[in-house]
Design a protein around this ligand. Sequence first.
Ligand SMILES: NC(=O)c1ccc[n+]([C@@H]2O[C@H](COP(=O)([O-])OP(=O)(O)OC[C@H]3O[C@@H](n4cnc5c(N)ncnc54)[C@H](O)[C@@H]3O)[C@@H](O)[C@H]2O)c1
Ligand SMILES: O=P(O)(O)OC[C@H](O)CO
Length: 335
Amino acid sequence: MNKNIGVIGAGSWGTTLANLLAKKGYAVTLWAYEPELVDEMRLRRENGPFLPGITLAPALKFTNSLEEAAAGKELLLLASPSQVMRGVVSRLIPFLRAETLLVSAAKGIELDTLKTVSQACAEELSPALFGRFCVLSGPSFAREVAQEMPTAVVAAAADPEVAIAVQRCFTTEYFRVYTNSDVVGVEIGGSLKNVIALAAGISDGLGLGYNTRAALITRGLAEMTRLGVAIGAHPETFAGLAGMGDLVLTCTGDLSRNRTVGMKLGQGIPLKEILGEMRMVAEGVKTTASAWRLAGQVGVEMPITEKVYQILYEDKPARQAVLELMTRDLKAERG
Ligand SMILES: NC(=O)c1ccc[n+]([C@@H]2O[C@H](COP(=O)([O-])OP(=O)(O)OC[C@H]3O[C@@H](n4cnc5c(N)ncnc54)[C@H](O)[C@@H]3O)[C@@H](O)[C@H]2O)c1
Ligand SMILES: O=P(O)(O)OC[C@H](O)CO
């Protein structure tokens, strides 16, 4: 059992999972990117900017040193935003051992390379280090996990023993972890649900109804699955926690940052203004561009992603995007 754990990234998710693991009795060190956040968490035992109102376990340690967070650890949880993950992981390499379990909790596709986090890490890490790589994903708002509300997620790894070790490490009576072997499928589900959540938010911001939202979720799942399968994912993964589960949560839950950004866009607030007021990350904003380009590269039709892309990056009015989606050529539901 892994007892000595480093958590890289003290945003809402890294802090929540570090706290969960510390409450389980593991020795956990949480690395924050911002030095002043380390001081604040040490002093107040709270992460004010990213997880306000949650008291952190007395045993949880904080650091601004990647070496202190990573050296000698049996498991490292990687909880930085996906666009910076490759750089963070490459800085960790000197401190990694072949037996260290690496768990990515990020949900996004790199803008420059169109790679998922596991694909990026496969390029940065030696085969021995990458052999212990796992992805943790699924419907899980940090705040609800921090409040110990029952939650179910997936640990996906190519090596079943790695997935089982991660499952055992993270499981608590309120956090249930299933294993899965479809690493890229789980990552694509977690990344693309954010794009569809932007669409659902836009729809709500425009004042459209539950019918519209249900249509977006269902047809969104269809295009998420198409892209995933085109790059080697298993279609059934998209019916699971990392696919439909997270899609439903993020498209309907008021705690979603992606859905919130979409709602504001639908209300007519410019993207630049919305992002300027946010310290947290809405991964879907960049992943919309990555997914749109990846879809073009592999020849997959993603009409909802295309419209979200045009709204975000080409100033297409949201109402016009909806009309264009509704008046596309008629087709069969499957095939
Ligand atoms: N918050 C959730 O409920 C939740 C749940 C599941 C998965 N995730 C995923 O976890 C990942 C992290 O998101 P979060 O919600 O914890 O973050 P957050 O939005 O709460 O905070 C942003 C994080 O980014 C870090 N950061 C900003 N610039 C950085 C840089 N240049 N280098 C390194 N770190 C930098 C900040 O320190 C902070 O940790 C994302 O991929 C997100 O999709 C989040
Ligand atoms: O707040 P969001 O939209 O980043 O969603 C958080 C998690 O990914 C939900 O599973």
